[in-house]
Design a protein around this ligand. Structure first.
Ligand SMILES: C[C@](O)(CO)[C@H](O)COP(=O)(O)O
Length: 165
């Protein structure tokens, strides 16, 4: 991908999809898009580079994934367990999520856009979403405990390579 020092900040929206739509409009000539959560503020640049490299290698949709450490259960409206999916086939998905521009634009052209991540929209098109190894440092900072962990990282505890499983 060509390097660019030009960064243009645009106003986002209330929902993730509103912000992504604004990005799509703001960059009509882009060949690729990386959609990232600001909450994943400690994402190592190396992970961003790896996602971009997969796009350049010809994949249309790329997401970082990490193994699920807990047993995951489905529950009904009353909170009663209805099933225990095999966790070996489950992954927690991070950002940045990378897409070729045509794929992301097609996903957003579909009516009734609603998903917890952009890859979910792309999956509905029938496009294969490739997973690559995520990074524990790309965790979302959304709770007080997350913030404490982030502060510990920023205070100089180099956790790179120590928190990977
Ligand atoms: C996109 C995401 O980070 C993938 O795990 C996640 O779905 C974001 O969820 P949020 O509730 O919008 O933070």
């Amino acid at each position: 991908m060509p390097r660019s020092d030009a960064v243009r900040v645009i106003v986002g929206g209330i929902e993730r999809t509103d912000s992504v739509r604004a990005g799509l409009v703001a960059a009509p000539d882009a060949a690729y898009f990386l959609v990232h959560d600001a909450a994943r503020a400690l994402t190592p640049p190396e992970l961003i580079v790896r996602v971009a490299a997969e796009l350049e290698a010809g994949h249309s949709a790329v997401v970082p994934a990490v193994a699920v450490a807990d047993t995951i259960k489905s529950v009904d409206a009353a909170g009663v367990v209805t099933g225990t999916p095999d966790r070996s086939g489950l992954r927690a998905i991070q950002t940045p999520q990378g897409f070729t521009a045509d794929v992301l634009r097609a996903a957003y052209a579909s009516a009734g856009v609603a998903a917890t991540d952009d890859a979910g929209l792309v999956e509905r098109l029938g496009v294969a979403v490739r997973t690559i190894a995520g990074d524990p440092l790309a965790f979302k900072i959304t709770t007080p405990l997350d913030l404490r962990l982030a502060e510990a990282v920023l205070a100089g505890s180099d956790l790179t390579g120590t928190v990977a499983r």
